[in-house]
Design a protein around this ligand. Sequence first.
Ligand SMILES: NC(=O)c1ccc[n+]([C@@H]2O[C@H](COP(=O)([O-])OP(=O)(O)OC[C@H]3O[C@@H](n4cnc5c(N)ncnc54)[C@H](O)[C@@H]3O)[C@@H](O)[C@H]2O)c1
Length: 277
Amino acid sequence: MSSVPAGGSAVVTGAARGLGLAIAAALHADGWRVLVTDVDAAGAARAAEPLGGWSAGLDVRDEAGCAAVAAEADRRDGLGLWVNNAGILATGPAWTQDAAARRQIIEVNALGAMNGTLAALAVMRRRGAGHVLNVVSLAGLVAAPGETVYAASKHALLAFSLGTLADLRGAGVRGIDISCLCPDGIWTPMLHDRLDDPQAAASFTGALLRPEAVAARAARLARRPRPVVTMPGWRGAQVRLLDALPGLAVRLTPVVAAVGRAGQRRQRRRLSDRGRP
Ligand SMILES: NC(=O)c1ccc[n+]([C@@H]2O[C@H](COP(=O)([O-])OP(=O)(O)OC[C@H]3O[C@@H](n4cnc5c(N)ncnc54)[C@H](O)[C@@H]3O)[C@@H](O)[C@H]2O)c1
């Protein structure tokens, strides 16, 4: 993988809040000119204020919208980086989610990130340089009981990203990288209302990460692309081992769920110690 100097335009999707906002701030601090985008256009504008004030409303499900944002970013400073961060979570066994809910998760997390990747590649392939950074999840590496449709969307994104990187190399394109960042649970609004949801236990089986710490890793990854980075690294090794032993993983489901529920209780206690509900 090449080493990419910070600079030029960087697009971050789903950056009005949570991890996307933290990534936008870390990239801004690292010298990128950041285009803050989100389906919540007003939220993106507010988030962008201290980060150079460049924002756009973008629903990642809108293929033409992604292409327009990529073109705008390229016009301003040359599109150097596109971060597919936008994502949604719904919990519960797949049979408890209606078709519209299942479709929405796949459309935002998998198809939306494909739209972003392909819009960015259309611009980057003309210039022969650039980097697409996809925010996946540990749920992209292993089954996540209670979060199965979400995990399916993230598995799709990982396979799409690595396959597309290989296709680029196969086509002789060396100057464009695709990286996948696979973090454990992060304390963002995505999880704020999940402390009492036993179906979300999979997100609480490790020590919750701070969005700023994950964003700092993303900014480093933006400089030194790598196909897959897990965070923390040891959790990546752990879930890959479980994935290699699917029968054991299924038998361990009650244990993993109990560990996650303990993590939810711990986080509740931590918040109430700090005087928050
Ligand atoms: N929070 C975690 O535990 C965790 C762990 C691993 C990976 N991730 C991934 O990190 C990314 C960011 O998640 P987060 O925790 O900050 O979530 P979040 O819910 O706090 O923020 C998600 C942002 O995405 C935006 N968004 C939703 N649908 C969109 C769409 N169709 N188009 C554009 N923007 C849209 C929302 O408006 C919101 O601003 C997601 O891809 C998520 O899957 C999160």
